[in-house]
Write a protein that binds this ligand. Structure first.
Ligand code: ADP
Ligand code: MN
Ligand code: MN
Ligand code: MN
Length: 355
């Protein structure tokens, strides 16, 4: 059957890689599509900041796919890794870094993640719902609000959530945010035993969900900004809180110890983590607006001014997951996950060596 496959990849724009995609007609076996059936494809890397003009051909290697909720039945969104012509990962292929950390031991720890993607909608060069001149009334009534005087862009947020569901992406929920025109959706562990919330799959899902959001915005004349501090002053920034757990942190007996050891290791590597958590992070991590300042590492139970927050049910049960509140909305989930797993792998090695 002839179907449309939208091949999606990360380009080489610095400091923040952007999404690119193109469509190809494939002849696929109806109802039984698997990854092996999706062919590799090429693209012009010189137009995506990924190569020089004289050696421009790069390879798109399909690594994950879901239903395309826009084109409908039997069409697909295909997440790709960018490879060099010789089959090695391209230097902009951050998913390969994450694969490497999974293979270095983290996979055995059965890591699960959940990303809270905040974003800001824009129309006419200003956040959606903002007046043409001046500012809206101060923050307070907007977070999880209802009513056309306090919520702007619900139509797109809803359309996106339903599109994610139809696609088969692991969307967990949505909410209107503290700054008017700002929203959040979460992708990650949902407590459904049948699905995998491993960092590779969930990061693929987040990238495809980001693609869908911008794509649906096209039809409404609305753009999506992942800037970590879209409006300076007394307005909340936009983050990508990353919730993380392993077999050990989830264990009723060993959980609290595993959490403490992991957070200690993360504390010692604060700068190294910050370096992977997105561009322009200092603008958002000021110590105000529910953040911890960029030069301080602080763990806190139920504390939204902490770098790492232990959610209340977790401190209660002494096991579960941690919330890393540092990543910016523009962070690459492959890089954030890879950095956390690298720290985890370090902890595992130390524990192993010390017996
Ligand atoms: P917040 O209270 O910080 O706004 P949300 O309700 O927006 O939290 O999101 C909760 C996030 O925690 C979701 O992304 C979900 O996938 C994630 N999560 C829940 N349990 C786990 C777990 N055991 N391991 C990893 N992530 C988890
Ligand atoms: Mn949230
Ligand atoms: Mn939020
Ligand atoms: Mn959060």
């Amino acid at each position: 059957m002839l179907t449309c496959a939208e091949y999606i990849w990360l380009d080489g724009t610095q400091p923040t890689q952007q999404l690119r995609s193109k469509m190809r007609i494939l002849n696929l076996t109806l109802g039984e599509v698997n990854l092996a059936e999706l062919p590799q494809w090429g693209f012009d890397g010189s137009s995506t900041n990924q190569s020089a003009g004289h050696v421009s051909d790069l390879v798109l290697k399909p690594v994950n796919f879901v239903n395309d909720p826009i084109r409908g039945d039997n069409n697909y969104l295909v997440m790709c890794e960018v490879m060099n012509a010789d089959g090695t990962p391209h230097k902009t292929n951050t998913r390969a870094w994450l694969r490497e950390e999974m293979a270095q031991g983290a996979e055995k720890q059965e890591p699960w993640v959940g990303f809270e993607q905040e974003y800001t909608l824009y129309q006419y060069d200003r956040p959606l719902g903002w007046p043409a001149n001046g500012y809206p009334a101060p923050q307070g009534p907007y977070y999880c609000g209802v009513g056309s005087d306090r919520v702007f862009g619900r139509e797109l947020s809803e359309l996106h959530a339903l599109a994610c569901l139809e696609a088969g992406l692991a969307i967990y929920g949505t909410n209107a945010e503290v700054m008017p025109g700002q929203w959040e959706f979460q992708i990650g562990y949902r407590g459904f035993s049948s699905e995998s919330a491993d960092p590779l799959n969930m990061s693929d899902h987040l990238w495809m969900a980001r693609w869908l959001l911008s794509r649906l915005g096209e039809d409404m004349g609305i753009t999506v900004s992942l800037a970590p501090k879209p409006v300076s002053g007394d307005w909340n920034g936009a983050g990508m809180h990353t919730n993380f757990s392993t077999k050990s942190t989830r264990d009723e007996k060993a959980g609290w110890n595993a959490i403490t050891v992991l957070v200690q290791a993360m504390s010692a590597l604060h700068k190294e983590h910050i370096a992977e958590y997105g561009a322009d992070l200092a603008d958002r991590l000021t110590g105000l607006h529910e953040t911890c300042d960029i030069n301080t590492f602080k763990m806190g139970e139920s504390d939204r001014g902490a770098s790492i927050r232990i959610p209340e049910p977790v401190s209660n049960k002494r096991c579960g997951y941690i919330e890393d509140r540092r990543p910016g909305a523009n962070a690459d989930p492959y890089r954030v996950s890879a950095r956390i797993l690298k720290t985890l792998n370090g902890v595992e090695k130390t524990n192993y060596i010390s017996g």
